[in-house]
Design a protein. Structure first.
Length: 385
């Protein structure tokens, strides 16, 4: 038996079903525990055993957080205590900044430490606060393994000082067995139904997607756009919502747009089957934020059999092989995105072939059961070393 404690600041945002999959599909002999500072949407992402800091006595929580805020220690004592109580062989911290905070707790608990990076932690944080460069270098020396989604991400982490012998590419996955494959066969007289789904962040490039769909509508007509997502309470997200609204206003005369707000994972999948193509216009934001790897929603959409139009950003080309699972354009290239959408609209055989190829790629490279077994082997390697 190998006991693994997953440490995450929040279990679990609606935008993170990929983390739920990553945790729950690791097979025996791994026994999984989760420790979280805050808990939301537990009805959508049930997990047990779950150790909740927000259920600790108020005085204990205030003292623990005060010690962290004051700099006496970077970690929550709660994480160390849970690791000891469950006898954790491995603690897996999710997000690089959480991993840095957990270093001392894991060391004091006598466990091996794995840290996964996902996006904002790799470029945005160091650009906003250069102290993160030194923090991450120190963390790389202390931990046993550093995981990331793809080859571009791995190259970025090596450039930040992560030793190559500690770095592993561990792709994220989707439950292909639970996702129905459906070929998209649009009739010529029907509108091209375009879907976008993401939180409202500059790095998502939603205004580019709107302008690309609008350009196709102006030329060919019969295009609709659905946007699933919304702004968070982050001021950057609120500003991006204003940019999205401005882009929608630019195209209002030719492009009907449905704004659905946030949706559950199940609601998003239901919406996907009513659309012809998914667009992810990801780009590097002015503040340094990037996907790091690739939006996991691409895997969900590919699993349904939907062709994808996306940008050559970070690890998107690894998730959406160009010409086999989708069509790609450069970051910020609205003309290129529009050309790709035009091909999807005018070449039905291409759209079918790309949708089938997208599903095959996910089955081959991103199935959660295969990836869960691979993650289990990483834990076993560390626990028995």
């Amino acid at each position: 038996m190998i006991t693994v404690l997953h440490s995450t600041p929040l279990w679990l945002p609606r935008t993170s079903p990929w983390l739920w999959n990553q945790v729950r599909f690791v097979p025996p002999p791994v026994v999984t525990h989760v420790v979280a500072e805050e808990v939301r949407h537990l009805d959508e992402f049930p997990i047990a055993p779950l150790h909740r800091f927000d259920r600790e006595p108020l005085l204990s929580r205030c003292l623990d957080r005060a010690l962290r805020r004051s700099g006496v220690r970077a970690h929550l004592g709660f994480v160390e205590r849970v690791a000891r109580e469950v006898g954790a062989d491995v603690v897996h911290s999710h997000w690089g900044d959480a991993g840095w905070r957990d270093v001392a707790a894991v060391r004091r608990a006598g466990a091996r430490h794995v840290v996964s990076f996902y996006g904002k932690d790799v470029q945005f944080l160091p650009k906003q606060d250069p102290r993160w460069n030194d923090r991450f270098r120190a963390m790389f020396e202390a931990v046993a393994r550093v995981l990331c989604e793809g080859p571009h991400f791995a190259s970025t982490l090596r450039g930040m000082g992560c030793p190559a012998d500690k770095l592993r590419v561990q792709p994220l996955g989707v439950d292909t067995q639970a996702t129905r494959f459906e070929r998209r066969a649009r009739r010529p007289a029907e509108p091209l139904k375009v879907l976008v789904a993401s939180s409202f962040r500059e790095k998502k490039g939603i205004p580019d997607a709107i302008d690309a769909a609008g350009a196709v509508a102006r030329e060919m007509g019969r295009v609709t756009l659905t946007i699933v997502g919304d702004a968070s309470d982050d001021p950057r997200s609120v500003v991006e919502k204003e940019r999205i609204a401005a882009a929608a206003a630019r195209q209002r005369d030719v492009l009907p747009i449905r704004m659905l707000g946030y949706a559950t994972h199940e609601e998003l999948l239901r919406e996907a089957y009513g659309h012809d193509v998914f667009v992810a216009a990801s780009r590097h934001a002015a503040d340094g934020d990037s996907e790091g790897g690739a939006p996991v929603v691409l895997l969900d959409m590919a699993a349904t059999g939907m062709p994808i139009v996306a940008t050559r950003h970070c690890d998107i080309p690894a998730v959406v092989p160009e010409g086999r699972a989708g069509l790609l354009a450069d970051e910020g290239d609205v003309t290129g995105l529009a050309a790709a959408l035009r091909r999807i609209a005018s070449e039905p055989d291409l759209a079918l072939r790309l949708g089938e190829g997208a599903r095959r790629h996910v089955e081959t490279a991103h199935d959660v059961r295969v990836l869960g077994a691979a993650l289990g082997r990483i834990y076993a390697e560390l626990a028995t070393a």
